[in-house]
Design a protein around this ligand. Structure first.
Ligand SMILES: Nc1nc2c(ncn2[C@@H]2O[C@H](COP(=O)(O)OP(=O)(O)OP(=O)(O)O)[C@@H](O)[C@H]2O)c(=O)[nH]1
Ligand SMILES: [Mg+2]
Length: 590
């Protein structure tokens, strides 16, 4: 950006800044600041310098900067991260306030920060800065200022940038939210009003508020609206009366039904599946969880694109509320398909990685998996058993990503206990598929603990739902302990005891929260661990010290002798431990 109207000495001064490495704890050094302010005063023009994260000035320019030209500076490590460069520039009008141009440069270049210094007669007056924080697929711009120059120079650059980077990452996920906080919703069911209790709980979890509910008899189901004309009218009045801004159906809706209903009611309409996806989107915290949720959301949307005018635009489509035209629809479909393929690849990668971890673990430790309806108390139980802090909340789907803890049994043997995502009635199909990998722990488990909220009056139905999902996963024949939880609360123990008789399962009554009967539960676990134990005799070479230590930890040693060819061991071991020692087991026992 050489400008002929600018004196040579000024340009030389500016050039001298290039390549200089500044004290990286400051946003800009005193010297560099005074040089750019001098030049601003002399030339009465904007001056901009670009600094990377190592503190190196990678460019210094005079005059308005042009974003197209600036692109080359970007040291972006990937499409999705910040460029690692901050721009500090002067405003010769004396004000540090950031202009629209500044903000567009910030966005276009994904700068770490854009900083403006107001300068009068070569003296800096005030400073402002702005950075990006990413929310869903949109950027939020956060502006701070004015700072006095002293305050500005005392900001720790590294702390600030790492905070910005963190913000940018946390919010970076492409899932989108359906039910916003505190939205007022009317619930619609086709089986009666009580049936909507769980939908209400889902809504609570998503942060919305129920302002009314309406139920329709199944036999008057209408193709265009799901509910009959009369009910629709009633619903419309209810929406107006309660000033609702959201209507949630307990049944799945087609794209056309969503569109028809939204046109008729003039508020957003979603179904149970979308609500669950929404909660999942908010809760997922691991990379894999987020990918899975996005995948499920896209798969759910694909056949419903017609109805998704509003939501689609949030993924960047910019479609109007009246629904996309045919061509636009095709483009969106293609884009979604591409994204789905990309996500499936990513998920596959993660899965491979996880399989590897699992293989490493598989040959060594007994795996116990906690399963159960959402809110049954699985995470609480894991916390109580392992004295750890797994996220527990009285909301649905508190746990989305599997958490694994090691727990020691009385005998000194270790087991690994894994928490899982809670199951729920009518769990959207794609979501079951999407979370199968999360639930794969279940398939590989040696033992399941099916945790039941005994204080919930629908506990039997919930057991049913869980058993069905287990069947889906091919895990219905695993050894299972049915742990009836929350016995500290009022519950009708009688009907629960009859459950024991009826189902003929291995039942134990516990309180995960108050740690009641947990020792009994651990004993039961130990029973299963030892179920396949057999007595083996082996001679372990002296060089295999690690194996001997392992056998000590993972079995019961009955006799040990130091012999010439190794250590003779007689003990009780399970199939895992005996497989490890198989080369040294005495011939007659193999
Ligand atoms: N009274 C009582 N409450 C319990 C007990 N165990 C768990 N809770 C409560 O039940 C609620 C749900 O507990 P979580 O451990 O998050 O349930 P979860 O099964 O992991 O739930 P998801 O992760 O959503 O599937 C929390 O408010 C717990 O404090 C218990 O033994 N007694
Ligand atoms: Mg949980």
């Amino acid at each position: 950006m050489v400008d002929n109207g600018i004196k040579k000495n000024i340009l030389e001064k500016l050039d001298s800044l290039k390549g200089e490495i500044l004290d990286n704890t400051l946003l800009i050094s005193y010297e560099a600041l005074s040089i750019i302010c001098d030049i601003t005063g002399e030339a009465n023009r904007e001056v901009a310098i670009f600094i990377n994260r190592r503190g190196e000035i990678i460019d210094a320019v005079i005059g308005d900067y042009n974003t197209a030209e600036l692109r080359q500076y970007s040291e972006r490590r990937s499409e999705d991260s910040l460029s690692g460069i901050r721009c500090i520039h002067t405003h010769p009008n004396g004000y540090g306030m950031l202009s629209d141009m500044d903000i567009s440069a910030l966005k276009a270049l994904k700068l770490d920060l854009i900083i403006a210094i107001g300068v009068i007669n070569g003296i800096p007056q005030e400073a402002y800065y702005a950075y990006l924080s990413k929310k869903n697929s949109d950027y939020d711009t956060v502006c701070k200022g004015p700072f006095t120059i002293n305050d500005f120079l005392s900001i720790n650059a590294q702390d600030l940038i790492s905070e910005i980077e963190k913000n940018y990452k946390i919010k970076r996920d492409n899932t989108f939210s359906v039910a916003n906080d505190k939205e007022k919703a009317i619930l619609v069911g086709i089986n009666g009003l009580e049936d909507l209790d769980e939908l209400k709980e889902l809504l609570d979890t998503a942060g919305g508020i129920e302002v009314g509910r309406i139920a329709q008899n199944k036999h008057t189901v209408d193709n265009a609206y799901l509910i009959g004309k009369g009910k629709l009218k009633e619903l419309k009045m209810e929406v107006q009366k309660k000033e609702a801004n959201l209507v949630i159906f307990d049944e799945e809706l087609t794209g056309i039904q969503i569109r028809n209903l939204e046109r008729e009611l003039d508020v957003r309409v979603i179904d149970r599946t979308q609500l669950i996806l929404d909660i999942f989107a908010k809760r997922a915290s691991s990379k894999e969880g987020k990918l899975q949720v996005e995948l499920a959301q896209l798969k759910y949307m694909m056949p419903r694109l017609i109805g998704f005018g509003v939501q689609m635009s949030r993924t960047g489509g910019g479609i109007g509320t009246r629904g996309p035209g045919e061509k636009k629809l095709e483009i969106d479909r293609r884009r979604i398909r591409e994204r789905v393929r990309e996500l499936e690849r990513d998920v596959d990668e993660i899965k491979k990685h996880r399989d590897l971890i699992r293989i490493n673990r598989a040959d060594s430790t007994f795996l116990v998996c906690l399963v159960g309806y959402t809110n049954a108390g699985k995470s609480t139980l894991l916390n109580s058993l392992s004295d750890s802090q797994v996220y527990v909340e009285d909301k649905l789907f508190a746990t989305l990503d599997p958490t694994v803890r090691k727990v020691s049994l009385k005998s000194g043997q270790d087991v690994v206990i894994s928490d899982t995502v809670g199951f729920i009635n009518k769990l959207p199909h794609d979501l079951v598929a999407a979370f199968k990998s999360t639930l794969e722990e279940v398939v590989y488990a040696n033992l399941l603990i099916h945790v039941v909220d005994g204080s919930n009056e629908n506990y039997e139905e919930q057991i049913e739902v869980v058993n069905n999902v287990l069947k889906d996963l091919g895990a219905d024949n695993k050894p299972t302990i049915l742990a009836i939880n929350k016995i500290d609360k009022n519950m009708s123990i009688n009907s629960l005891y009859s459950l024991e008789l009826r189902t003929n399962s291995d039942i134990i009554f516990i309180s995960a929260k108050n740690k009641i009967n947990l020792d009994k539960l651990l004993d039961r676990i130990e029973h299963y661990v030892n179920l396949n134990n057999k007595v083996y005799e082996m001679v372990i070479p002296y060089a295999e010290g690690a194996l001997l230590a392992y056998l000590h930890d993972n079995g019961k040693i009955i006799k040990k002798e130091y012999r010439e060819n190794g250590i003779y061991v007689m003990g009780e071991f399970d199939s895992i431990a005996s497989a490890r020692a198989k080369d040294y087991i005495c011939q007659n026992q193999k």
